[in-house]
Ligand binder design. Structure first.
Ligand code: SF4
Ligand code: SF4
Length: 433
């Protein structure tokens, strides 16, 4: 029987009603000098040097961009150590020993409204570049590169949909910082010259709509609308969010800016506020630990650079069962399996899910077509799987495997429990070789 899956259990109910624990005092903070997007990097400080909150301590280098690295505490640089990044990569990290005085760097001085009114588009690009802001919905793409685009943009969308199950970082951020997110949205509108701003949130969270609507009233000089969009998965995928929020259909593989739209995650827009108004990089974020393998699941607000092992301890540690623990960085649909818990919180980290491993028997494909029917980009996962088994690059290209957004729906819907999404990832890597 064919099943089209668009609604999945979101597992957020327990998470969103739990309070946030503020853990901002880790002894040592770890800052990656490389990551998936930036394979090279260097520090600009030396061992024993005193650094302050917001101070530049290094740079990561990507193919066509750079990303500054800032300290999120004051204290002393004490060397390097390898740690796990949210992407599952082991990376070199610069270590700062926290002196718990949180001395702000001299550059972190708020701008006046007059100074902000005088900013040009070029100024915004430079401010966002210097702040190191990147797509905090998980993409990690440098925000200033989006600002540099030459296309005429009429609408900026603040994406607050967060459709992955279990994740509540954006939910908590909207509840606590709605005003600042809208202020950040006004800066993004000015930076792109956009006349319209839309904040998209799921229909089923009226409490988010309410706080955003209240916040919007402080910015009546701007045409900003709070829009309730669908609850389905993957509603937070840029193409779906744009269609629901504006009616514009952006073909898969095309840039939204070519259609006059630019999308930023709500956390990125909060980062806009901090960079423009406070002259501060992102120093903190929400992070949750959940799953049946952890004793006491918790939501945290932490400094970027915090070791996740500290948080696992605060969540009571692992449940004492015989089952092997499965660790996932991010959400259960699109997250990354980890080999160890020696993980650090980075700007794009959202969550750690700890599960007791359950043996799942994979059965042969029964040709039910549920995976085909559920795929939001109209791929044929089962055909792609067969082409990958044959290592047939031409067939993989013809089947458009590169369009796969790795949403996880094909694996989720498969009655034979075939790991289709992982095969899609491997096939995408294979055709690049
Ligand atoms: S993971 Fe890729 S192939 Fe599978 S449903 Fe999502 S987009 Fe389609
Ligand atoms: S791979 Fe799974 S979902 Fe797809 S056709 Fe086969 S059994 Fe059905």
């Amino acid at each position: 029987m064919i099943e089209k899956t668009t609604h999945i259990p979101d597992g957020k109910k327990e998470r969103k009603n739990q309070p946030v624990i503020h853990y901002l005092e880790a002894e040592y903070l770890y800052f990656p000098t490389t990551d998936l997007r930036c394979p090279a990097g260097e520090s600009c400080v030396v061992d024993g040097q005193y650094v302050k909150v917001g101070e530049l301590i290094g740079t990561r280098n990507g193919g066509f961009f750079t990303q500054p690295i800032h300290s999120t505490v004051s204290g002393y640089v004490v060397g390097f150590e390898k740690k796990l990044h949210a992407s599952g990569q082991t990376v070199d990290c610069l270590i700062v020993k926290n002196d718990k005085k949180y001395v702000l760097h001299e550059s972190c001085v708020s701008r006046t409204d007059e100074e902000i009114d005088a900013l040009t588009k070029e100024d915004y690009i430079q401010i966002i570049k210097d702040s190191g802001l990147s797509g905090l919905g998980g993409s990690g793409f440098p925000t200033y590169v989006k600002l540099e685009g030459k296309q005429v943009v009429h609408t900026i969308i603040a994406n607050g949909v967060e459709c992955e199950p279990h994740l509540i970082s954006d939910y908590k951020l909207i509840l606590e910082r709605a005003h600042r997110i809208i202020e950040g949205l006004t800066y993004a509108m000015r930076a792109k010259g956009a006349k319209k701003g839309i904040v998209a949130v799921k229909k089923k969270y009226p409490e988010l709509y309410e706080v955003l609507e209240n916040a919007r009233h402080s910015f009546m000089d701007f045409d900003i609308e709070i829009k309730k969009v669908g609850n389905h998965y993957p509603q937070g995928w840029e193409v779906d969010t744009i269609k629901s929020a504006t009616g514009i259909k952006v073909p898969v593989g095309k840039l939204p800016a070519e259609y006059g739209v630019c999308v930023f995650n709500v956390a990125t827009l909060y980062g806009f506020y901090r960079a423009v108004k406070r002259r501060m990089p992102m120093t903190e974020r929400f992070f949750s630990i959940s799953g049946d393998g952890i004793k006491s699941p918790k939501n945290f607000q932490v400094r970027i650079g915090t070791p996740v092992r500290d948080l696992i301890q605060m969540a009571g540690g692992y449940t004492e069962t015989d089952a092997t623990k499965v660790l996932i960085s991010g959400g259960p649909m699109m997250g990354t399996a980890l080999q160890s818990d020696d993980l650090i919180v980075t700007k794009t980290s959202t969550s750690l899910i700890v599960l007791d491993e359950v043996a799942v028997q994979t059965e042969p494909c029964i040709h039910c077509a549920s995976c085909v029917y559920s795929c939001p980009v109209d791929l044929q996962p089962v055909q792609i799987m067969n082409a990958y088994k044959e290592r047939d690059k031409d067939a993989l290209n013809d089947l458009g495997v590169n369009k796969c957004i790795e949403c996880g729906l094909c694996s989720f819907t498969c009655p034979s429990k075939i790991h289709l999404t992982e095969t899609m990832r491997q096939a995408k890597r294979f055709i690049k070789k």
